[in-house]
Design a protein around this ligand. Structure first.
Ligand SMILES: [Zn+2]
Length: 97
């Protein structure tokens, strides 16, 4: 089961597993956590169920996204004073550093 990462997710509080973008009660992996929606994250642009399918691919996509400057897929949704490091704390991400 690719569900080993420690994070703050619970029933009413979902985050993008790649970038930590807050999704409220929308779960990109379905209510059972196993049924990906194949939607695109407005922040990091990951396709849920595709590039985030395993913890390894999740980390790989995340690292690539950060290395490329953490650009928004949908820049209109980017909040003022947005801080990628703060957002990534939502998912207690681990890097290879
Ligand atoms: Zn994302």
């Amino acid at each position: 089961m690719p569900q080993k990462e420690v994070d703050k997710r619970d029933a009413g509080n979902n985050f993008c597993p790649v970038c930590g973008y807050p999704l409220g009660n929308y779960n990109p992996w379905g209510d059972d956590g196993k049924t990906p929606t194949f939607d695109i994250c407005p922040c990091c642009g990951v396709e849920w169920g595709n590039e985030d399918y395993t913890p390894e691919s999740r980390k790989e996509y995340r690292n690539k996204w950060i290395a490329a400057g953490a650009k928004w897929f949908d820049p209109q949704k980017k909040p003022a004073n947005w801080n990628p490091e703060e957002q990534l704390k939502n998912i207690a991400y681990e890097t290879d550093r």
